[in-house]
Design a protein around this ligand. Sequence first.
Ligand SMILES: [Fe+2]
Length: 188
Amino acid sequence: MSVENIFPTKVYSTFIDNVDEVQNEISAIINRVDFMPSGKARGDANKITSVQKDAIKDYGLDKTYATIQNHLKIYCEELDFAFRPFRLYSWFTKNEPGDYLQIHHHNDVDITGTYYFQSSGDDGEFFFESPVIAAPHSLCYSSQHTRIYSQPKTGKLILFPGWINHGVLKNNSNNDRIGLSFNVSFMR
Ligand SMILES: [Fe+2]
């Protein structure tokens, strides 16, 4: 007899061990970051920096970049994917009280992720939607393939495939949450 979990989705989550270094680097520039409404076209209510630019590059966040790269390597090992050169685009996000982020995915980027620069831990849960979209048709599976929540918290880094649907619940706290999000595309 054999029962196997087939088609698993690996999601990476960690609290970085050099949090002081990264926090100090971002703290030094965060007051210069211009946030703007992300726009109703995407159905979002949070604020972001321009996705046409690269926040890490524009603000010279070299230590943050190196940290993300180190964790990307570990994630790729877990995925049995041979690490190779990549392009990374990054942007800051801000969820003020009442803000949320509608369910979306990042199209064809290989890996996407977020580093939480400022989060009290109760300012709106991040969630993944099950990619097993047909599961609700089976009574046996409908309760096993729902949402998986990931609680934001300062110093936490998450990495996940760009194709998985995700969103953020409404910020019901009195605090602003600030994250640094990024898309990674490996060279073909
Ligand atoms: Fe996203």
